[in-house]
Design a protein around this ligand. Structure first.
Ligand code: PGA
Length: 250
């Protein structure tokens, strides 16, 4: 069974007062929502976010984690440090990490494993670049990237299909393009996890807004959204949450 999952990715935005005001406005708005809601903020904002959201239906997520529990890795954050704060989710393999910080399929996979070992649920990002889509390689890329999911715990995994050309560009995938990619990923999850793959939510990410969310989320295999820019505005993010279908799938 797949309950819609709507996650905010604040990227490198925010401040303590801002996250406090945001969550205080968001919490009453998600009461009774059909969707599960996660807010992923920069590391320094996690303690205050986790404290405010504690006991509420909103879960807090980080945007990255290392794979080891501790060690000489300057600038990295260990998964148990996140779990200790009450952080429930972590994003791994985001295309901005891949593009600007040398993240690869292998390191994304390791980070996912490390996060799950510490009890975190993982949003695992993948998706093709514009060049890959234009030369017809989209499904080959998704095939390669999703090949790294096998062996992870499907009960604590969501996959985010984020076409790189749609991220932060204002040019979202059409609902049909998203559905095609998600249906392909659904099959790959069934190969990797058998029946348990049917419970893994596949989120769409890339220029999701209140205006396009309902059409994207209505697609059969689009189980939620990972929202960047539009998640920074609490009204807009609440509207996206309300666009989620009111039923579970699977
Ligand atoms: P965007 O970002 O909604 O601003 O396109 C999505 C993401 O990068 O997760």
């Amino acid at each position: 069974m797949r309950r819609p999952l709507v996650a905010a990715n604040w990227k490198m935005h925010g401040s303590c007062p801002r996250v406090q005001a945001y969550l205080e406005a968001l919490l009453p708005r998600v009461d009774g929502s059909s969707a599960e809601v996660v807010v992923c903020v920069p590391f320094p904002l996690l303690p205050i976010a986790a404290m405010i959201a504690s006991g509420s239906p909103v879960a807090i997520g980080a945007q990255n984690c290392h794979w080891q529990e501790e060690g000489p890795f300057t600038g990295e954050v260990a998964p148990p440090m996140l779990a200790e704060l009450g952080v429930a989710w972590v994003i791994v393999g985001h295309s901005e990490r891949r593009r600007f910080f040398g993240e690869t399929d292998e390191t994304a996979r390791q980070r996912a494993e490390g996060g799950q070992r510490a009890g975190l649920s993982v949003i695992y990002c993948l998706g093709e670049t514009l060049e890959e889509r234009e030369r017809g390689a989209t499904l080959d890329v998704l095939d390669r990237q999703s090949g790294f999911l096998g062996g992870l715990d499907p009960a604590h995994l969501a996959v985010a299909y984020e076409p790189v050309w749609a991220i932060g560009t204002g040019r979202n995938a059409t609902p049909e393009q998203a559905q095609e990619a998600h249906a392909f990923l659904r099959e790959r999850l069934a190969t990797s996890f058998g029946n348990a793959g049917g419970a893994v939510r596949i989120l769409y990410g890339g220029s999701v807004t209140p205006a396009n969310a309902a059409a994207l989320l209505a697609q059969r295999d689009v189980d939620g959204a990972l929202v960047g820019g539009a998640s920074l505005d609490v009204e807009g993010f609440s509207a996206i949450i309300r666009s989620a279908p009111g039923h579970v799938r699977g």
